[in-house]
Unconditional design. Structure first.
Length: 290
């Protein structure tokens, strides 16, 4: 049987231990209808696998994962996202991205009735959308389009906005492109696109991009404000001795943004930044010493 090509694979837990449909399932169905109505090719198991027997199910899932450009993990609790089949789907998809099997793919998360910090750790690093937000599906679709939805890998060069990260020489180029969109250098200023390019650089270990991504999350520029993720990205950069990130971590601990207030930890990070000449950190230390 020939495998269809899909834009999006929707991963979710369909039923609970009692055989009742989960809330995840209801959200996944809404997402499926929304994407289909917007011309997106979607693998949604209740539709695609309705007439398959159990023996064919596993192969059909694997074929669909291989044939999809994006995966959206849908969940209302960590337990469902960590359930056997759901984790198999999104974890394997992430593995293909990391290994280069799917260099132009991406994983997104649609969640409800939980905090981003409660997501499985690997999913916290992905772009997440709260299904209780009326604009969530529209924003998700926008992110997919900016990431190349509807653009074939060999046609990407026709549109500079969706150049795959694999075509760039290194993380510095991704970072510079993020700065172009952040400051409006030669392009229309666009925080959403800036975040996308910062994220691509940050995932390659670029400390300044990691700091900027944390800054965007903390301030809610082009993305929903999320201090938990801001802390995570600040920390990644700070551990690479990025002075701005070290100062920002001090600020977060000092003021209790995304973490409990902890003056000792704040001073520790302020001091690391101040030793590198970060002026705001030096001023903060002077204020705390009075």
């Amino acid at each position: 049987m020939k495998t269809n090509m899909y834009d999006v694979f929707i991963s979710f837990k369909h039923s609970d231990a009692s055989g009742n449909k989960t809330n995840d399932s209801a959200i996944a169905e809404r997402l499926y209808d929304f994407l289909k109505n917007n011309g997106v090719s979607v693998f949604y198991s209740p539709r695609e696998l309705e007439f398959l027997g159990q023996s064919q199910y596993s192969k059909a899932i694997d074929d669909a994962l291989d044939a999809s450009r994006f995966l959206v993990a849908v969940g209302c609790c960590k337990e469902n996202l960590d359930s056997q089949w759901v984790r198999y789907e999104w974890d394997g998809f992430l593995g293909d991205i990391r290994s280069g099997v799917k260099p132009n793919a991406e994983v997104f998360v649609v969640y409800a009735d939980m905090n981003v910090s409660e997501l499985p750790r690997a999913l916290r690093q992905r772009q997440a959308f709260d299904a209780n937000d009326d604009s969530a599906f529209d924003r998700l679709l926008n992110f997919m389009r900016n990431a190349g939805l509807g653009v074939g890998v060999r046609d990407v060069q026709a549109d500079e906005l969706v150049v795959p990260v694999s075509s760039l020489v290194n993380a510095d180029e991704c970072y510079e492109k993020g700065d172009d969109y952040y400051y409006g250098r030669g392009v229309v200023k666009d925080y959403v696109k800036a975040i996308e390019w910062y994220r691509k650089a940050a995932k390659q270990g670029h400390a300044s991009a990691q700091y900027d991504l944390g800054f965007m999350y903390h301030n809610g520029y082009g993305i929903s404000k999320n201090d938990t993720l801001a802390i995570e990205w600040y920390r990644k950069a700070a551990e690479q001795c990025n002075a701005n990130a070290q100062n920002s971590l001090g600020f977060m601990y000092h003021n209790g943004y995304g973490v409990s207030k902890d003056y000792a930890t704040a001073v520790e990070w302020y001091r690391k930044a101040a030793e590198q000449g970060q002026e705001n950190a030096q001023k903060a230390l002077n204020r705390l010493s009075k």
